[in-house]
Design a protein around this ligand. Structure first.
Ligand SMILES: O=c1ccn([C@@H]2O[C@H](COP(=O)(O)OP(=O)(O)O[C@H]3O[C@H](CO)[C@@H](O)[C@H](O)[C@H]3O)[C@@H](O)[C@H]2O)c(=O)[nH]1
Ligand SMILES: [Mn+2]
Length: 680
């Protein structure tokens, strides 16, 4: 037995058919002058006694191992290698703890020089990239440190058939994927391919090649030997045959093992455990059409009594309680998102494991195992020692996150804000300040493109210190809601508010004649406004002077560039909207007799006593269209004159709602000062 500190090259032999390969490998290593021992793992159940005898002459250590069958062989069909159903056996390498380090080589490899320096690599696992998928390693050459903990982890994966290719290479790559395996140069495991080779690279790196690996179904000894050594593949195959020719062709040994040198398949010899024809890989067509698992239809091995993998020298070792197995999704044989399953495909459940447990009927006493597997060493989370760099921060989502020196985001509360109101702070303003004095939401006329005047109240707020105009400015910029002009929302609000919320005609008590022009202009401009349904709009001083409300700032009409306010001209011949009530207008006209106008013409004339009002017929509201001039009534010449006077002046009349005749007359006197021309 090897000493615990010993190193060894190892290979694996599970069938007689690979014996030529194992023999050439051993000879090539010795020819290269290696100082290391040679070991072979072999499966006694599947090898002939003859083969085992030959191995003894080739290797320093013969290590019998149980073969491990993949319980889910379906993925092997993805690479058309059902013959590799026992490839998991290779993981037995990790339990060879009698060795310090192992450099494993497949039996289909040939060494062109000794690889002894690989034993000095300071890592637990190293391998070279696979030519088919260079991110993965090829498991034909591996440098490993045997370790029982790792073995049990791998064994757990093997027992569940967890391998993307159904064989050891898929399993091992899954296991080492996140463990940073040490990547060796391709020159340690150079895999020529008959179909494709990058010839210039081969020429360039050729002097560095340490070992050649004949992957795939066709091996040098199982293929027809060609006389040509032209091309990369043939050149390297010739290297294998050179070793074979040197040590194994002719003579007693070669005749007994491999047959005649001219044989295309040297392993076809008499007296072997199995017929060579059974050992050859079936053709892809045969595999496809067989429709049954390889182990039963095409298996290269006869099925022995499936001894338990846990039996090691008669002692049952417990399975590790911590399963290091990593999840990997089952491999699809076709893309279900693109096509229906192929007609010849096997049922999905072919991959399921079936396990039957039986009571142990053994009468022997429990024998404690000699040793327990080492606990796994990588089961903790390592807290990063350094803070994540900015590049590790989450990607920005919002545009402002990319502003270089943007202020740090904070939370803002209403109490902390400046007196300038913001739309968000609106509820807070109501809380702090006095509520509007009217009970219902107010609907009033607002300019077509106006900003919603949610600031009607802030000026009355206890904390309000800004001027009304600055508030207006602030809101002109901020308080437009995207939904303010959505017709559907307007209709909805209109429906739920109903007509009771609509304010009546604005009432204006007007006493200061100096402001008359201004007030009238403001009223006139309202004809261009549309109805606003914004319930936070409050009446202005002009509209509701009786309320203790500070006049709300009204954003003026803006010019096209929206840079400055403009005063819209009054519409010609159209009375301001508040005076569209023809009944009221007519009533007023009735009360203002022609005589009184005559009296007004002479300022010195004393106010005559009131006369009985003349009876005029008053048109019903239906008859008097909205567009119609309010005083368009037929009848006497007096009325006609007064109508003329009123319309010509184009100035609306303000009245108090409950007036008496005298008061109205005086009020009218102040407002109407018809010119001589008008009266004429
Ligand atoms: O009937 C067999 C089959 C395999 N082996 C041994 O198992 C190894 C792997 O089989 P091989 O035919 O060499 O596989 P490759 O064609 O090299 O296929 C690739 O895929 C295999 C399955 O993942 C890996 O084991 C190989 O390392 C990898 O190169 C062989 O070298 C032998 O050592 C036998 O002894 N008898
Ligand atoms: Mn191989």
């Amino acid at each position: 037995m090897a000493a615990a500190s010993q190193d060894a090259y190892c290979t694996l032999l599970m069938s007689d058919s690979y014996l030529p390969g194992a023999a050439v490998l051993a000879h090539s290593l010795r020819d290269a002058g290696t100082q290391k021992k040679l070991a072979v793992l072999y499966t006694p159940e599947t090898l002939s006694a003859d083969t085992v005898e030959k191995l003894k002459s080739l290797y320093d250590f013969l290590i019998p191992v149980e073969h491990i069958r993949n319980p889910k062989p379906a993925n092997l069909y993805l690479m058309q290698r059902p013959d590799l159903v026992f490839a998991f056996t290779k993981i037995a390498l990790w339990r060879q703890v009698q060795f310090r380090k192992i450099v494993y080589l497949d039996a289909d490899m040939v060494a062109l020089r000794a690889l002894d320096e690989l034993f000095d690599i300071d890592t637990d696992f190293a391998a070279a990239p696979d030519i088919g998928w260079p991110d993965a390693f090829n498991s034909g050459l591996m440098v490993l440190t045997p370790n029982m903990g790792e073995y049990w982890a791998l064994q757990t994966m093997a027992a569940s058939g967890d391998s993307f290719d159904g064989a050891d290479q898929g399993l091992l790559n899954q296991y080492y994927q996140h463990k940073n395996w040490h990547r060796l140069s391709f020159t340690y495991n150079c895999t020529p391919n008959a179909q494709y080779q990058w010839e210039p690279a081969y020429r360039y790196y050729k002097p560095n090649i340490s070992a050649v690996h004949f992957i795939g179904k066709d091996k040098p000894w199982s293929s027809v030997r060609t006389s040509s050594d032209a091309g990369v593949y043939n050149e390297l195959v010739a290297r294998w045959w050179a070793v074979y020719d040197k040590h194994l062709r002719g003579g007693e040994q070669s005749n007994s093992i491999f047959g005649t040198p001219s044989s295309a398949a040297p392993s076809r010899s008499e007296g072997q455990h199995m017929q060579p024809s059974q050992l050859y890989t079936p053709s892809p067509n045969t595999i496809k059409d067989s429709g049954s698992p390889p182990a039963t239809a095409e298996a290269p091995f006869t099925e022995p009594g499936e001894p338990s993998e846990n039996i090691d020298h008669g002692v049952v070792e417990p399975v590790s309680t911590v399963q290091q197995r990593r999840f990997s999704a089952p491999q699809m044989e076709w893309d279900a998102t693109r096509s229906a399953p192929p007609p010849q495909s096997r049922p999905e459940a072919a991959n399921f494991t079936t396990q039957t447990y039986e009571f142990n009927e053994s009468r022997e006493l429990f024998n404690a195992p000699r040793s327990y597997p080492e606990p796994p060493k990588d089961m903790w989370y390592k807290v990063p020692e350094t803070k994540p760099t900015p590049s590790a921060m989450p990607k920005p989502i919002f545009p402002w996150e990319q502003i270089p020196d943007r202020p740090k985001p904070t939370r803002v509360f209403a109490e902390d804000t400046s007196p300038l109101p913001t739309p968000d702070a609106e509820p807070q303003l109501y809380k702090d300040g006095p509520l509007p004095s009217h009970p219902f939401p107010t609907v009033h006329y607002e300019e077509e493109k106006s900003i919603s005047s949610t600031v009607a109240q802030p000026a009355t707020s206890a904390r309000g210190t800004s001027t009304a105009s600055s508030i207006a400015d602030a809101f002109q910029q901020n308080s437009v809601n995207a939904w303010d002009e959505v017709p559907g929302i307007e209709n909805y609000v209109r429906a739920i508010l109903g007509s009771h919320t609509r304010r009546g005609k604005p009432q204006v008590i007007y006493s200061n004649s100096g402001d008359a022009e201004e007030t009238l202009a403001a009223a006139g401009s309202r004809s261009d406004r549309r109805e606003s349904l914004i319930i936070t709009d409050f009446p202005s001083a002009v509209e509701r002077p009786s309320l203790p409300v500070t006049p709300a700032p009204r954003p003026a009409f803006l010019n096209k560039e929206k840079t400055e306010a403009i005063q819209l001209p009054e519409a010609e011949g159209v009375p301001a909207q508040p005076f569209w009530n023809p009944n009221e207008k007519l009533e007023q006209l009735r009360r203002t007799s022609l005589l009184e106008f005559e009296h007004l013409k002479s300022p010195n004339h004393p106010v005559p006593p009131l006369r009985a009002l003349p009876q005029h017929s008053v048109p019903s509201p239906k008859e008097s269209g909205k567009e119609q001039a309010p005083a368009a009534v037929d009848g006497t010449s007096e009325t006609t004159d007064s109508t003329k006077t009123t319309t010509a002046s184009a100035k609306p009349v303000f009245t108090e709602p409950n007036f008496d005749n005298g008061a109205t007359t005086r009020k009218t006197e102040e407002i109407f000062s018809p010119t001589q021309e008008d009266v004429d």
